[in-house]
Design a protein around this ligand. Structure first.
Ligand code: GDP
Length: 139
């Protein structure tokens, strides 16, 4: 089934000029980038985006990392895009990520792991709506 998922190329990656290399992995995996924008997340935006993690010990670090430099927010479209992009990203901790995944190739550590991808279709819709309107997405 064709789906859309939400992706963020995180500050550790934009700072190292890895946007193009990460986009190449995404496109080579058969996912189409149907919307994309470079933005600097505000503290409030980052806190809202990661709300479900607010009780976790790393929440403060997560928010400060995500606001430390620009990010690239994206909508990816393709067959089973949510699960497919999770596969392409690799495990949260790059030490556990499979060969060829974005996190294995580029992530620095669990906190600076280069990309975000939605974990369900419902969350994808919620996350996409935080950054894009329907008119921004050209499939
Ligand atoms: P994801 O869906 O693979 O991104 O992983 P999670 O939803 O579990 O966590 C969200 C994000 O929080 C991760 O991508 C990391 O950036 C960050 N994170 C998760 N666990 C840790 C941790 O133990 N330490 C730090 N510093 N960050 C973490």
């Amino acid at each position: 089934m064709t789906e859309r998922t939400f992706s963020i190329i995180k500050p550790d990656a934009t700072e190292r000029n890895l946007t193009g290399k990460i986009n190449a992995v995404i496109e080579d995996a058969g996912l189409r980038i149907v919307a994309q924008r470079r933005v600097r997340l505000s503290q409030a935006q980052a806190e809202k985006f990661y709300e479900i993690h607010k009780e976790r010990p790393f929440f403060g670090e997560l928010v400060s990392t995500m606001t430390s430099a620009p990010v690239v927010v994206q909508v990816l479209e393709g067959d089973n895009a949510v699960a497919r992009y999770r596969e392409v990203m690799g495990a949260t901790n790059p030490d556990n990520a499979a060969e060829g995944t974005i996190r294995k190739l580029f992530a620095k550590n669990v906190g600076e792991n280069s990309v975000h991808g939605s974990d369900s279709l419902d969350n994808a819709k919620i996350e996409i709506a935080q950054f894009f309107t329907d008119a921004d997405i050209v499939g």
